[in-house]
Write a protein that binds this ligand. Structure first.
Ligand SMILES: *Cc1c(COP(=O)(O)O)cnc(C)c1O
Length: 390
């Protein structure tokens, strides 16, 4: 039968033509399309600036450096995230500290973050999980009060929105943060193969990000005038984290279709909501009217124990039917590297544990047909009903 993965890209002939167009020019990297994509992304998010980089992980790394994270600092994040979020804190020499999630939203809250504050806390990295934004106004308020930097990990949440006092904000507008990070990996909302970006409203941060993206080098027209046209200065230890022009052409072409992608993801989620609403032992995503979900993932929380089936069996049975679910994620503090080397496992996160027992990401991507969605729903419901009968 047709294989249904948990997520995949949607590339059409228009995307391909845009990439090919750039490949025929003299600029396949560090050319004009990078800036064109950055401008379009910033305009979409409602931020002043955007910096395109090689992937979401390098975006997080540069954001941590631009936030000034360094040895001796702590940064608070969630254990229910991709490895890259806390790893980027380690790359900067600082220590990630895990605060518990809110079980319903699977997000950090200002309250859970506050419990982990110490004198060493320098930054917060909230992750807008699955496509649902955190309560950014409250997190922003807590950060301001404690003079902390906020880096939003929005790798799941391009196109997500939240409202505060009736006013709507796009994730990435950086209205309540210093920076927001995106990924353009094929499973995310838009793709450039590998790719990432940071948005910000702070000119200094913007310039630092651009410098760090390319070896920490600065070259200005002023320098050219006084020292010579060849002159450049390395001012910081930077990297080569650049994104190519043909990848930006793909990202730009994809960004033009974000509305259709989001609409399809929301329609699929709506079908799943209806299919699973009354299934015993299954919880569907819940959130308030002050949020607009971007549905990078569609998560079910299943009471496997109560239904008499193990999570392992559930995954295997669906795989037999060519339906591939995923687990986002194993709590980071359980990872051997973190548990053994970082000693971050000491403080338990009970909501994260409960979430890990129950959560399953089921397939969602724009190219899924209504028939695919019905097939996935039917197979899952059959399986769970069989499970409960032993
Ligand atoms: C995908 C993802 C990243 C990393 O992005 P890459 O482009 O794969 O490096 C970081 N954080 C979260 C939450 C992600 O989902």
């Amino acid at each position: 039968m047709k294989i249904i993965p948990y997520g995949k890209q949607s590339i059409d002939e228009r995307d391909i033509a845009e990439v090919v167009k750039v490949l025929r020019t003299d600029w396949i990297t560090q050319g004009p399309v990078v800036e064109k994509f950055e401008k379009a992304l910033a305009a979409y998010c409602g931020s002043k600036y955007a910096v395109a980089v090689s992937n979401g992980t390098t975006a997080l790394h540069l954001a941590c450096l631009a936030a000034g994270l360094t040895k001796g600092d702590e940064a608070i994040t969630t254990p229910i995230t991709f490895l890259a979020t806390p790893n980027s804190v380690l790359y900067a020499g600082a220590k990630p500290v895990f605060a518990d999630i809110d079980y319903d939203s699977v997000n950090l809250t200002a309250n859970s973050i506050e419990k982990r504050l110490t004198k060493k806390t320098k930054a917060i990295l909230p992750v807008h999980f699955a496509g649902l934004s955190c309560d950014m106004a409250e997190i922003g308020k807590l950060a301001k009060k404690n003079k902390l930097k906020v880096i939003e990990d929005a790798c799941h949440s391009l196109g997500s929105q939240y409202s505060v006092d009736g006013k709507w904000y796009k994730v990435g507008s950086c209205e309540h943060s210093d920076m927001t990070v995106f990924s353009f990996h094929p499973v995310k909302h838009i793709t450039s193969g590998e790719g990432g970006a940071i948005t910000t409203n702070d000119k200094k941060i913007y310039e630092k990000l651009k410098m760090l993206r390319s070896h920490g080098v600065v070259k200005t027209s002023q320098m050219a005038k006084s020292k010579g046209s060849w002159y450049y200065e390395m001012r910081d230890l930077g990297f080569n984290y650049r994104l190519t022009d043909f990848q930006c052409a793909l990202a730009l072409s994809q960004l033009k279709k974000i509305h259709t992608f989001l609409a399809r993801r929301r329609a699929i989620a709506n079908m799943y909501d209806k299919a699973f609403a009354n299934v015993v032992g299954v919880e569907i995503p819940v959130y308030g009217e002050e949020k607009q979900h971007a549905y990078h993932l569609y998560l079910l929380k299943i009471d496997f124990m109560g239904l008499g089936i193990t999570k392992k069996k559930f995954f295997e049975r669906l795989k037999d039917k060519d339906i591939f679910c995923q687990m986002h994620y194993v709590p980071i503090y359980k990872q051997p590297y973190y548990a053994d080397k970082m000693k971050t496992a000491s403080k338990k996160c009970p909501n994260s544990e409960k979430y890990y027992e129950r959560a399953v990401s089921i397939p969602i991507y724009p190219k899924m047909t209504d028939g695919d969605v019905q097939r996935v729903s039917r197979e899952i419901i059959n399986l769970l009903q069989k499970g409960s009968k032993g």
